[in-house]
Write a protein that binds this ligand. Structure first.
Ligand code: ADP
Ligand code: ADP
Length: 227
């Protein structure tokens, strides 16, 4: 579904060049649950940003099925992102004057083929919290609203940049478990960035990075194991 070919990214600030990505080659298949793992500064966010069109590449190509993202104008990329890509941010970015239901509805409203909101709220365990405002929700519930909102527009793929950054390993695993369930239930491709090796065990495929390079690809038969 996504094909990354010989992608490099160089950040230039004054005299200093940072080679954040060095000739990256990788594929992301439909329906995969992928974790990008690596220490701080290894290029994980840069890889996610170029794949999702939030940043441009210095060299190389990225195809999303038949569409070459690296050839789109900024305006075309914005439209592509709106129609096809979902994001979960570290800060949940919930609107404080809207209920859980209404926050998820915002996601559904931008989709051409959105999911039913009540189904989604049920799936993430928020049926009872449907009419509550963010300040009435726990941190975990707010996170689940933001996950449901990202799914509501029915994107082809969901990107999460360390959604679990502030959590300990046990809680991080719970969040990943939820994403994994959604990956299975809705057949969504999910790409998660983390520096936590423990949670990478839950992925179908781990892209291990260091110093701007993919140093290892690890495949897990997670779904089979669970049967
Ligand atoms: P990670 O997500 O693994 O922590 P990043 O992709 O954020 O790594 O960063 C990779 C390298 O690129 C780091 O050396 C970082 O300092 C550098 N970098 C990231 N963003 C920028 C930027 N906007 N300008 C200059 N250097 C950057
Ligand atoms: P509840 O009261 O609904 O059980 P919690 O606040 O106990 O909600 O959290 C449930 C789960 O949500 C936690 O296990 C954790 O995985 C996640 N979570 C909790 N707080 C946060 C937070 N601040 N940021 C991200 N995820 C969180």
């Amino acid at each position: 579904m996504i094909t990354v070919t010989d992608v490099s990214k160089v950040y230039q600030s004054g005299e200093v060049e940072t080679h954040a990505l060095k000739k990256i080659n990788v594929m992301i298949e439909n329906g995969e649950f992928i974790v990008i793992l690596g220490p701080s500064g290894s290029g994980k966010s840069t890889l996610l940003n170029v794949i999702s069109g939030l940043d441009t590449v210095t060299e190389g190509t990225i195809f999303f099925a038949e569409t070459e993202l690296t050839a789109l104008s900024e305006r075309e990329m914005t439209k592509f992102r709106r129609d096809h890509l979902g994001f979960i941010f570290q800060q949940y970015n919930l609107l404080q004057n809207l209920t859980a239901y209404e926050n998820v509805q915002i996601g559904a409203d931008i989709g051409q083929n959105p999911f039913p909101i009540d189904d989604l709220l049920g799936k993430v365990g928020l049926t009872k919290a449907r009419d509550k405002y963010p300040y009435q929700l726990s941190g975990g519930e707010q996170l689940r609203v933001s996950v449901a909102r990202s799914l509501a527009k029915n994107p082809d793929i969901i990107f999460c940049d360390e959604p679990t950054g502030s959590l300990d390993e046990i809680n991080s695993k719970k969040v990943l478990k939820l994403l994994q369930e959604l990956n299975t239930a809705y057949e969504k491709t999910i790409v998660v960035i983390t520096h936590n090796a423990g949670i990478a065990e839950m992925a179908d495929k781990v892209i291990k990075m260091n110093s701007g390079e993919i140093i290892e690809l690890i495949y897990h038969d997670v779904k089979k194991d669970a049967q």
